[in-house]
Write a protein that binds this ligand. Structure first.
Ligand code: ANZ
Length: 857
């Protein structure tokens, strides 16, 4: 295929950019802060052993294009990168190989850095941060101390996944169906005192401030669901329940306690004890997710006790069932089987009474369970002094709350699903907590800020401690120490922080990673924040983004930052799936069969063995056999992972960048096809030939050439600003296709074209800029602007009539005079043959519209 010397020129420009620090953003003192700013941020990668994946450059190219555009448009641009480098894989690798996580991490970081540089991303490498660097985590620890001092960090008994066979605590992702991922050993949930962060205190603000963010609605909704605000009431049935439907109180025919409810034991009668205890033990092995799965058959056990429904005055049985969670509401519910699906299933299973108390909005008795809103029915009790019949759902709910408050039996209540954040890991490769305990005491004390960073002890002994404590507990000389000032003996906290910690505030550290006096300088923060564009994968839609917003708000309350929200605009990039796979099906005899055949087993078919037929594909050797196509998520086990290095070697970084942007809209899922990289590569090769070719001349552009140029500038500018990179590239391609037909290519038209190409394919653009006679980088060249007037074509097709009959058209200037129009009209043979030898009586001319020759016989 047609090519150009991409290998040499890409290496040349990468070297140039690095040596000249072309993308360095000056520190605040040297910055002209009267200029607009653009903080363009990538979700920093976890430097895994596998190296960069083609999914990374999808987002990284998008932000790079924007950063390069903004620089040319005259903004101060902050475009940094770093490493989210603490975490489990390096530790697991260390356990297998004995290589220290620090060594593995450093190696992986070097590889990632080299790979990112080979793609020509315009990062300011002077601002690189790594969460594992003590100079970085010093400030992560500092923020933790602020949380601790504000009472937002506290300790609570929380279960950990303890695996006795491995002698270690496992992370949730290391436990599969109650067994360890490694070795398949049983795992038990064991309560342990652990650090928690009080994110629930910020629930309402985390919810409210979503409204002002330019984020995808889907991600805002996921955050809203996770925060899970609901309005309802607590009602006492002897013990407290939480309900979002107080209007259904007359239908509450039984109660359910969560297996971990503190009153369960005292409420269980002697006869039921054995069954209840057995049930509670079984429930303890299940995760909350398993327990609340809607499809699962509901199970439960009667406690033997009853409670009084305050509205009906009747006794209702108290059950224990694991579909009620201990951690939500009050861990107990009034069950209304007629109007709650889970309660309905449960009641049907255990033959508990179902009483309808809500009628559908049209007054009908809709099928049960009816969970919608309607009108209260069978909801009166004279003795209680409460009647809801005929009231709408909202009105009835308000009546019940008012009545409960009068009776002292309940109150309105707002609830959140959001739980406090379990912030500790029993691991080596994480930030140590800046927390100590005086000898003989369990009271945590924050260490002095001057003693930060508290570095991870250098040890080869990061193996599990054999107890539910972290491997740090092994390092006695680190854990136990004497304070030289007071002579008092202390013991250190041995848990480490979760991987989320470092990523909660890295976008703030980029502002001044060299600042040794403070985490963030307020003056710098005021200029750069909020982040103007944050691009990353949708897998971070909930946790990372919520945790970072929480820390940001805490820092806001402390006066450390001046903005309420860190990320003004968020875009989540679509996933890139592996190459399309073709599959046919065979039966037990090896004959091709339909996919739905009972014996069908899948066989992989190569692309060269199939033909397109209609909407689908068939086997080339036997077109009666249909072949199904599917693209899958890239994974090591599927063997469909594409390594960007290979693409760079074959086609160059500019081609990889261009291809990833040309595949489709940034937010959509796309299917990889290495063969298709060739298409964009051919475009770059043509651009190269266009600019280096012998047709380039110092001539005045024609009107048409100018019109095409200005139309291209307009389209590329608008499409790029709106992140519609695929259509921006199309505009560039159309330009090159047209320009290739020109006999002379004016230099003054090529120069702006090269600038337009630069954000997308920066290496080739720099090279061509040089070819056009410039000696410096084009990074800070002003972005081309277009002239709206030049876009409008100033010619039109003049209809030419003879005696009122259209005989032809001719392209002329809109300003054409009558005399010129007559000449132009006569020049067409289809017109002139009707004029020849005939007397011209008159000419009707409407400027800009028409010319009509009236002739005699
Ligand atoms: C009675 C009722 C009647 C309910 C009805 C619903 C419909 P949201 O909206 O998600 O906040 N509930 C309360 N605590 C629970 C717990 N710890 N575990 C499981 N379920 C619990 O959910 C609130 C509703 O979920 C509450 O309202 C309660 O059931 C149930 F027609 O109370 B409801």
């Amino acid at each position: 295929f047609a090519s150009y010397p991409f290998t040499e020129l890409e290496a040349k420009w990468q070297d140039f950019w690095l040596r000249n620090k072309t993308f360095r953003t000056p520190d605040i003192g040297e910055l002209d802060t009267s200029k607009p700013k653009a903080y363009i941020l990538d979700m920093f990668p976890y430097p895994s052993g596998a190296g960069l994946h083609v999914g990374h450059p999808a987002g990284y190219t998008a932000t790079d294009i924007l950063a390069r555009l903004k620089r040319m448009q005259g903004a101060n641009v902050l475009h940094p990168i770093g490493w989210d480098a603490f975490g489990l894989p390096a530790e697991q690798y260390a356990l297998q190989t004995g290589t220290h996580p620090r060594v593995t991490t450093e190696r992986n970081v070097n590889r990632f850095r080299q790979q990112l540089q080979s793609l020509g991303f315009s990062y300011d490498w002077d601002r690189e941060v790594s969460t594992t660097d003590p100079e970085y985590y010093k400030w992560t620890q500092w923020i933790f101390l602020q949380l601790f001092n504000k009472g937002l960090a506290y300790q609570a008994e929380v279960p950990v996944n303890w695996c006795p066979a491995l002698g270690t605590v496992l992370a949730n992702e290391e436990v599969i169906d109650g067994k360890s991922e490694r070795g398949d050993h049983p795992v038990v949930r064991l309560p342990m005192k652990q650090w928690m962060l009080r994110i629930t205190q910020y629930a309402q603000r985390l919810l409210d401030d979503l409204d002002e963010l330019d984020w995808p609605d889907s991600i805002k909704d996921m955050q809203r669901n996770w925060i899970g605000r609901s309005e309802g009431a607590t009602i006492t049935f002897g013990l407290q329940v939480y309900t979002t439907r107080p209007d259904t109180i007359f239908g509450a025919t039984y109660m359910v306690l969560a297996p971990e409810h503190p009153l369960l034991d005292s409420l269980t009668t002697a006869e039921q004890k054995i069954d209840v205890n057995k049930y509670v033990r079984k429930a303890a092995l299940k995760s909350d997710l398993e327990r609340t799965e809607l499809q699962k058959v509901k199970t439960g056990v009667f406690t033997g006790s009853h409670a009084i429904n305050p509205a009906t005055g009747k006794a209702v049985p108290i059950w224990v069932a694991d579909y009620v969670l201990g951690s939500y509401g009050s861990g107990a519910i009034m069950a209304v089987p007629a109007h709650d699906t889970r309660d309905y299933e449960f009641a049907t299973q255990y033959q508990l009474p179902v009483v309808r108390v809500v009628q559908g909005p049209s007054g009908e008795d809709n099928e049960l369970p009816f969970t919608g809103k309607g009108t209260a029915t069978s909801s009166s009790c004279a003795a209680a002094g409460l009647s809801l019949d005929g009231q709408g759902t909202a009105e009835a709910a308000a009546s019940v709350v008012r009545w409960l408050e009068q009776q002292g039996k309940g109150a309105a209540q707002i609830n959140f699903k959001l739980r406090d954040w379990l912030f500790a890991r029993q691991r080596y490769w994480g930030e140590p907590f800046p927390i100590v305990y005086a000898e003989g005491s369990d009271e945590p004390e924050g260490i002095s800020e001057e003693d930060l960073p508290l570095t991870l002890p250098e040890t080869d002994n990061f193996r599990p401690s054999g107890t539910p404590e972290s491997p740090l507990a092994n390092i006695t000389e680190w854990v136990h120490f004497v304070d030289p000032k007071t002579g008092k003996r202390y013991r250190r906290e041995t848990s480490t922080m979760p991987q989320w910690a470092g990523s909660c505030w890295y976008y703030l550290r980029y502002l001044q990673p060299w600042n040794t006096d403070r985490a963030i300088d307020p003056e710098v923060e005021k200029y750069w924040l909020p982040v103007d564009l944050y691009v990353g994968g949708a897998e971070h839609a909930v946790l990372h983004l919520l945790y970072a917003r929480f820390w940001h708000k805490v820092l806001f309350d402390l006066g450390v930052v001046s903005t309420k929200e860190p990320f003004r605009r968020l875009v989540s990039q679509g996933m890139i799936l592996g190459e399309v796979e073709y599959t046919a099906y065979k039966d037990a005899q090896g004959q091709y069969v339909d996919e739905n055949h009972p014996e069908a087993t899948a066989v992989r078919v190569e692309e060269g063995q199939v033909d397109k037929k209609g909407n689908g594909f068939v086997l080339r050797s036997d077109p009666s056999v249909r072949v199904s196509t599917r693209a899958h998520k890239m994974s090591k086990s599927r063997g469909n992972v594409v390594n960007p290095d290979d693409v760079v070697t074959m086609y160059g970084a500019d081609s990889l960048r261009l291809y990833e942007m040309f595949m489709g809209p940034i937010r959509e899922t796309k299917v990889w096809s290495t063969k298709s990289v060739e298409g964009v590569h051919r475009f770059l090769a043509r651009s190269y030939r266009l600019v280096t070719g012998s047709n380039v001349a110092d001539v005045e552009p024609t009107k048409d050439q100018l019109r095409l140029l200005h139309a291209t500038i307009k389209r590329v500018t608008e499409e790029t600003e709106e992140l519609r990179f695929n259509t921006g590239i199309s505009a560039l391609m159309e330009f090159v296709n047209s320009a290739f037909k020109w006999e002379e290519v004016p230099r003054s038209v090529l120069e702006p074209f090269v600038l337009l190409l630069a954000p997308y394919a920066p290496h080739i653009a720099e090279e061509l800029w040089q070819v056009l006679g410039h000696s410096d980088t084009l990074t800070y060249e002003p972005w081309p602007t277009y002239n709206e007037e030049l876009l409008v074509s100033d010619t039109f097709n003049l209809p030419v009539q003879v005696n009122g009959k259209l005989r032809g058209t001719v392209e002329v200037s809109k300003q054409i005079s009558q005399a010129d129009a007559e000449v132009a009209g006569r020049s067409i043979t289809s017109v002139s043959k009707f004029l020849e030898g005939k007397p011209l009586k008159k000419v009707i001319f409407v400027p800009g519209r028409i010319v009509n020759f009236i002739v005699g016989k």
